[in-house]
Design a protein around this ligand. Structure first.
Ligand code: ADP
Ligand code: ZN
Length: 227
């Protein structure tokens, strides 16, 4: 399965990708995580990225697309991949199609997850992340056993620099202006599928498995017709 996960911040893309990765062994490629790794290095590029992320702005297409291209070209993702947070502009979506055509791994589909503003704000303002392993928690919906400590690795939990209400609202504006237009791009080429991002991760992962099975059917029917 090779898909992109679309939807506003807080729609549950990262949580869904983590579950599907564990369940099906499909790679989870998150540009947000890749950029935060770069940020941690404290390099000039990392500092530039941090300034943009902390204010809710997008990092340039050029920087992000280069990171994704390198990751996809060097990958051994035999079971496929889920791209989370990329593409975020129509230019990135077109570049992605070109990169995947070159390596002979076209997308199966784009999955759009949309959620209501109040759900998004509740999820993101309460989100906590493990500094060490990246596991996700929520102060109310998914608290760790011991406050501030990761259940899985004992790492320290922290709040992302962009998970405050002001920056979340900015990220949603940026989503509406730059990212939402991508939906039409995938719709026009018949590759857009939808799920309800207000649902919890277990229901969403059931939905995704169902959609990916249905997506395979036309090929299976063709094959059985021929034999
Ligand atoms: P979320 O989906 O919760 O907004 P991400 O972790 O995907 O969070 O992204 C965090 C930030 O990283 C974005 O607000 C943006 O500044 C930057 N970023 C991530 N992916 C991209 C991308 N494809 N293009 C430009 N900027 C990106
Ligand atoms: Zn951890």
């Amino acid at each position: 399965m090779r898909i992109v996960l679309l939807g506003p911040p807080g729609a549950g893309k990262g949580s869904l990708a983590r579950v599907i990765k564990d369940m099906m062994g499909i790679a989870h490629i998150s540009t947000g995580d890749m950029l935060r790794e770069e940020m941690k290095k404290g390099s000039p590029l990392g500092l530039e990225i941090k300034g943009l992320i902390a204010q809710g702005f997008l990092v340039s297409d050029e920087i992000v697309t280069r990171l994704v291209e390198q990751r996809l070209q060097n990958s051994r993702d035999s079971k496929g991949f889920m791209l989370d947070g990329f593409p975020r502009t129509v230019a990135q979506a077109k570049d992605l199609d070109n990169i995947l055509a070159e390596i002979g791994k076209p997308l199966d589909f784009a999955l759009n997850m949309e959620a209501d503003v109040d759900v998004i704000l509740m999820r993101l303002t309460g989100r906590r992340v493990c500094r060490k392993c990246g596991a996700l928690y929520h102060v109310r919906n998914k608290p760790p056993k011991a406050a501030g400590v990761c259940d899985l690795c004992g790492g320290e939990l922290h709040q992302r620099c962009d998970d405050n209400e002001e920056t979340i609202r900015k990220r949603m504006d940026v989503y509406m202006a730059n990212t939402r237009p991508i939906l039409a791009y995938y719709e026009q080429t018949g590759r857009l599928k939808k799920v309800d991002g207000n649902k919890g991760t277990p229901d969403l992962s059931d939905d995704l498995v169902k959609i990916s099975n249905e997506d395979k059917k036309p090929y299976q029917d063709q094959n059985s017709g021929r034999s």
